[in-house]
Ligand binder design. Structure first.
Ligand SMILES: [Zn+2]
Length: 80
């Protein structure tokens, strides 16, 4: 992921502490970004709220989680 994108994203998020209504596009971006576990609490909450009302993003999040678990297992396996 290009560093410039992260900076731009962080700048966009600064200002409003918790954005209650985010778009599916934003939720998707944050979910993918969450892999490094450095995202602010406000973003995590916004995505969690969004997932409660959006079944599409719920399904997407579940798939991302499955993929991550699979790749984590794979990484563990190749490290040995
Ligand atoms: Zn959505």
């Amino acid at each position: 992921m290009p560093a410039g994108w992260m900076v731009r994203c962080a700048r966009r998020w600064r200002g409003d502490l918790i954005k209650l209504k985010i778009t599916c596009r934003e939720a998707t971006q944050i979910t993918l970004q969450a892999e490094d576990r450095t995202m602010p609490l406000a973003e995590r909450l916004s995505v969690r709220l969004h997932r409660r009302i959006c079944s599409n993003c719920r399904r997407f999040f579940r798939q991302v989680q499955l993929m991550r678990q699979a790749s984590a297992r794979w990484r563990q396996y190749t490290d040995e």
